[in-house]
Write a protein that binds this ligand. Structure first.
Ligand code: PEP
Length: 253
């Protein structure tokens, strides 16, 4: 039985005051749901991690980071290590979000190193995979997903794989208001689960949670979650409004 997992990626938004207000509103709105019925995480910008961790403490809401570097320390100006994230109270970390792949130009290999380092550092990575619109139009959706999965999980043993959540995020649906249809999401999620079964084993593939992300809103969350292989939601824009995010959490249960 896969427990639903809803995470809110705040991207480069909020400030020290509004991040705390938003985190507290999510905690208040998800009391009795978060942890018991659904796993909930908020993913603020790096600099607000400590205040957000404090704001959600003793609640069922976990905190994640939007990125991580694969080295543990040293001369890597501007980077943040897994141990640093752990030290400030992070549980999860996004690896290979499409904005990092396509705006910052992170390579597939770099994303794979981040996933491995995150797990070694005691974090739970959320590996984001998904195709561009031109790749979908060219019939390459499954090829892109397979490449992202194979490189993102390169060298990861089955026991470590159980720490990973996969987020299927078609790039054309992120921040565009154009959500994948529930059928498109289910097709991609089923492809991911089958490929995980091939790469590892069927039992493990059945246990891995696969989130959908891309213009999720309170009014489309339920039908996406109704799909057999959709186990959760990675929410961007709509996670910045506490009421809407809480309604999405309710829809995911
Ligand atoms: C995201 O940032 O992962 C995302 C899915 O964004 P949005 O919900 O705004 O499309």
């Amino acid at each position: 039985m896969r427990k639903p997992f809803v995470a809110g990626n705040w991207k480069m938004n909020t400030d020290s005051r509004s991040s705390v207000e938003l985190a507290k509103a999510v905690v208040a709105g998800s009391t009795g749901m978060a942890r018991e019925k659904v796993h909930v995480a908020v993913i603020p910008p790096f600099v607000y991690l400590p205040v957000v961790v404090k704001a959600v403490s003793s609640s069922g809401v976990a905190v994640g980071a939007q990125d991580v570097y694969f080295e543990s320390k040293g001369a890597f100006t501007g980077e943040i290590s897994p141990a640093m994230l752990k030290d400030v109270g992070c549980t999860y970390v996004l690896c290979g979000h499409s904005e990092r792949r396509h705006v910052i130009h992170e390579s597939d290999e770099l994303v794979g190193k981040k996933v491995t380092a995150a797990i070694s550092g005691g974090l739970l990575p959320i590996l984001c995979v998904g195709e561009l619109l031109e790749e979908r139009d060219a019939g390459k959706t499954n090829d892109v997903i397979a490449r992202h999965l194979r490189t993102g999980l390169a060298g990861l043993s089955a026991d470590k794989m159980s720490a990973v959540t996969i987020a299927y995020e078609p790039v054309w649906a992120i921040g565009t208001g154009r959500t994948a249809t529930p059928q498109q999401a289910q097709e991609a999620h089923a492809f991911i689960r089958n490929l995980l079964a091939e790469m590892y084993e069927a039992k493990l593939a059945q246990e891995i949670r696969i989130q959908y992300g891309g213009s999720v809103k309170a009014d489309n969350a339920k039908e996406l979650m109704a799909q057999e292989d959709v186990d959760g939601l990675l929410v961007g824009g709509a996670s910045l409004k506490a009421d809407e995010f809480v309604r999405i959490i309710q829809a995911a249960m």
